[in-house]
Design a protein around this ligand. Structure first.
Ligand code: FES
Length: 165
């Protein structure tokens, strides 16, 4: 009887020891997994959206010739010229105000100091030293993609600035 009791106690000790060992291994495994996930997440590419990334402005048919469309997420206008598409950064080259498109005038008119721009972005009045900057445009599968991370200054508007369609 006494030996059976010892055996039982020894069995209990083994069970507790085994349980503690299992808890230790599970904890160590969870810790290692957390370290691995944290480490890998540093190398995982992040999804980038909005200004600074490539923005899908929509299907080409949304931009009829003569239209100027504001794309808020990318901070640009799509100006649809007869020869193609122009993406104009809405920041005024003078001192950085946001330049609105004035539909009634068919011009961009900066409210800060009165610089005036044609639909091509060419400056025609006011203190602005150059035309509105342009962003890189690509037409792919009938959609207008604008890379808002590539903004180019220009001394004057030229046909080469326009992406043909
Ligand atoms: S900031 Fe636009 S004209 Fe000065």
């Amino acid at each position: 009887m006494a030996q059976a009791g010892v055996e039982r106690r020894d069995g209990d000790k083994m069970t507790r020891r085994g349980l503690l060992r299992n808890i230790m291994w599970v904890s160590a495994g969870a810790f290692a997994l957390q370290v691995a996930v944290t480490g890998l997440s540093m190398f995982w590419p992040r999804k980038v959206e909005g200004f600074g990334s490539v923005i899908d402005a929509g299907p080409l048919e949304n931009f009829p010739v003569g239209s100027v469309t504001r794309v808020r997420d990318g901070r640009f206008y799509i100006s649809r010229l007869p020869e193609g598409i122009l993406a104009l950064y809405w920041r005024c080259p003078h001192l950085g105000c946001t330049v609105p498109w004035v539909e009634s005038e068919q011009l961009f008119i900066c409210p800060c100091h009165g610089s005036v721009y044609e639909p091509t972005g060419q400056n025609i009045a006011g203190p602005a030293p150059r035309p509105m900057d342009v962003m890189q445009v690509e037409i792919r599968n009938g959609r207008v993609l604008v890379n808002t991370g590539v903004i180019r200054e220009r001394a004057r508007h030229t046909p080469a600035d326009v992406t043909p369609v």
